[in-house]
Design a protein. Sequence first.
Length: 172
Amino acid sequence: MDAAFRAVERPLPKPTEEGYVEVRLLEALVEARLALEFLERGLTRNAAGKVFQAWKALMAALLRLEIDKLKTLAKTEERRWLETMAVSRVPTSKMKTLAHLLKEIGYNDVSTWTDKALNLHDYQYHGPDPDLALSKYTRREEAAADILEASCRSGKTRRDVKKQSQMDRGAG
């Protein structure tokens, strides 16, 4: 895993360059692993942030992998934004919109997992909230359960994306 940590610390390739998807998948793996380590240490809010980063990296890989399909769904002015901003930044404020686009091309559970990632992002900043005003979690244990589930899901989605990427390269 040390090599993975070092690889993630290097500058990201541009989304148009070969290797972008693989680097983002590696980033997702590293972030998910760190989330589990933080959770083991009792650092639930930090773990929530790492799971969120893992999901965001996975979304970046998916968006890049499926950019051509996504552009066919987008309006003319949105196509350039998808290429120049969405893939490289995956803005938090647009994650739901991007997840819905991915759902339209067959990634059926991306919206659900994006909602969970955004809930954990709120938990990272606000912690448990008995009133549910700032966080969807009333207790640390609730967030920890979702962190575990999302970390495992990140690994599964990473494998699915990697397999799809390899199939696309073989077909091209």
